[in-house]
Design a protein around this ligand. Structure first.
Ligand SMILES: Cc1ncc(C[n+]2csc(CCOP(=O)(O)OP(=O)(O)O)c2C)c(N)n1
Ligand code: SF4
Ligand SMILES: [Mg+2]
Length: 366
């Protein structure tokens, strides 16, 4: 007798309207400051969790899960977003959620995805194929669990693998990770007489590693400065048949030392300073679509908001401007003369000499 093979029924999540939200000039600097009026009311990631005030990863979790909806299964490797969200057997999720070992952000969802495919094929599960999502920190995704996520992308499991990037190992006390930027002060890269810039290495380009290394996958970057973009890229990634990876910039108030309400502003400024290009990679055409922000700023405007950079000397700020200018070129934007001139250290003062610079390392690792 021939066995009946059932085909998984797939969801298709409609995209939110972006017209007039991405390019219109709303504030004095010419930036669009729209939020998402039609964001779903349901909150699969509810309030009442224990993350710090202004926590960027918590915003990202909320928006991703709003965009994904209730037919979702979540996995979270060890990190702040496991520990602060799962104390004493209570979690803020209204969808199934599991903690996984820090190196298993790829393997755990692979198993969930494969199990659903098999159960549906055999007729043992009759619902539609769920959204399978893992959200790993940068320490997990770019370091300890990199191999596991790469393996899952390579095998093309139908799941979304997200790195929420707070640019440090936050949960264990703000240690450096491969995505901590050059010049960032962490408890493992403190500035001192021998190494005045703090961190000497430049950050790993995690998202390009994923798109170039797994060209059949949907890959995107975004930040908590752009909620519509976060929601739409989540839905595009979930609609994609096969593996998808999303790298989301998510400020960490405790580790970066900034004023609590500035999380979303940082999510915009990092893009406007040319330090975190926002893009989307389409596996069908193998092309990148780069977001071209309407405002370009000196890196100084971004660095000076954060205590983790308060120790930088003029030559360090100039080094970061050089890196930002390379990024502008990479995404096909002109480098204005004002930004080119700022590659010269003589154009900068030490950030600690500035009135609005915050104290070095206040609260970090305390
Ligand atoms: C194999 C292993 N090594 C180290 C740890 C300790 N540890 C727990 S959470 C954590 C930090 C994770 O950093 P990241 O993935 O960036 O998440 P964040 O805490 O920043 O949210 C570390 C190192 C662990 N749990 N398991
Ligand atoms: S330490 Fe940073 S990532 Fe962790 S809960 Fe606080 S703000 Fe969020
Ligand atoms: Mg982290």
């Amino acid at each position: 007798m021939t066995a009946v093979v059932h085909q998984p029924e797939r969801q298709h999540l409609p995209l939110f309207d972006e017209a007039g939200r991405g390019a219109a000039a709303d504030d004095d600097a010419g930036r669009d400051l729209h939020y998402l009026p039609d964001m779903p009311e349901e909150d699969p990631y509810q309030g009442g969790h224990r993350t710090c005030a202004g926590c960027g990863p918590a915003m990202e979790y909320r928006w991703v899960l709003k965009a994904a909806g209730q037919n979702t299964i979540m996995a979270g490797p060890t990190g702040c977003m496991y520990v602060a969200n799962a104390t004493y057997m209570s979690t803020p999720y209204t969808v199934p959620w599991a903690h996984t070992q820090i190196g298993s952000g790829g393997s755990f969802p692979s198993g969930v995805a494969a199990a659903y495919e098999a159960m549906i094929r055999k007729g043992k599960y009759t619902g539609s194929y769920p959204n399978v999502i893992s959200m790993s920190g940068d320490g997990s995704a770019s370091d300890i669990g990199l191999g596991s996520i790469s393996g899952a992308l390579y095998r093309n499991h139908d799941a979304l693998f997200i790195c929420y990037d707070n640019e440090c190992y936050a949960n264990t006390g703000i240690q450096t990770s491969p995505t901590t930027p050059y010049g960032g002060s962490t408890t493992f890269t403190p500035p001192g007489p021998a190494i005045p810039e703090g961190k000497k290495l430049h950050a790993k380009n995690l998202a390009k590693l994923m798109s170039e290394g797994h060209p059949h996958c949907y890959v995107a970057t975004t930040t908590v400065g752009y909620p519509v973009d976060v929601a739409n890229k989540t839905r595009k990634a979930l609609n994609h048949r096969g593996a998808a990876f999303m790298h989301v910039y998510t400020p960490c108030q405790k580790g970066w030392v900034y004023q609590t309400p500035m999380t979303v502003e940082l999510g915009r400024r990092v893009v406007e300073a040319g330090l975190f290009p926002v893009w989307e990679y389409d596996p069908a055409t193998r092309e990148y679509d780069y977001f071209k922000p309407p405002v370009q700023r000196p890196v100084h405007d971004y660095l000076a908001m954060q205590g983790r950079f308060g120790h930088l000397h003029p030559e360090h700020v100039a080094t970061m401007q050089i890196a930002a200018n390379r990024n502008w070129e990479d995404i096909g934007m002109d480098v204005p003369k004002e930004l080119r001139d700022l590659e010269d250290p003589a154009r900068h003062v030490a950030l600690s000499e500035e009135e609005y610079s915050m104290p070095v390392n206040r609260g970090v690792g305390a």
